[in-house]
Ligand binder design. Sequence first.
Ligand SMILES: Cc1ncc(COP(=O)(O)O)c(C=O)c1O
Length: 250
Amino acid sequence: MAVPFIDLRRFEDGFLERWAEKCAHVSANTMFVGGPENAALEKRLVEDTGVGAAVGCANGTDALQLALRAVGVEDGDLVLIPDATFWATFEAVVNVGARPVTVDIDPVDLQMDFELFCKAAEEHKPKAAILVHLYGWGSARLAEYRAYCKDKGIILIEDGAQCYGVKYKGESIYKGATISTISFYPAKVLGSCGDAGAVLCESEELANTVRLLGNHGRTSHYGHGYVGWLDFADHQTTHNEVPEPATLAL
Ligand SMILES: Cc1ncc(COP(=O)(O)O)c(C=O)c1O
């Protein structure tokens, strides 16, 4: 008998009824974008993970792009990423105009090889790096990654699209990250009905920057202090071009 890897038609008892109630409530109160339901989700994410602040957004790819921009990654910057991840990690770096440098995986830790990562950091002087907690695996060297990046002034972003609920040293793996991202794509650990994502931040200040960028750079209702999203014409790359990454292999 073939057992499907993911069966999105299976729901817990009472789920569809609760879902219908929520949809009716959201529709009756026209809370289609943002609003109290979104704020309640953000609050719940903070309580559940122990991070400083959470900002809901359109999906896990946008979450990565918002995180990259919020920490100041821009045109021409280099970003270290693992060479085993979902394509969106690579894509997000390219979409903000930066250049990914892929680093090979340690076959035991299943994260980037730490020594290779340090070598790549020395060689390429990246502005940022992205760790990916793929398949819910937390690297045994996570604390070393965080400390090393802090020491070297490399901003560490953690792509947590696949690791909701994972604990590291008894606490949510998102806690302790400067900035991390979640995907609520329906097939993810915490799947939504449609696309959704979130950026989790250690500080409220960083979360505010994410909020601004995710809302057209809005500083007041009719005031726009930033360009909230990027214009592809400004970049050398286009949707159709895949830039050649600099690769560091074992
Ligand atoms: C590791 C990783 N990063 C980012 C994403 C992007 O998330 P989304 O599909 O919500 O844009 C995914 C989703 O598949 C993922 O697995």
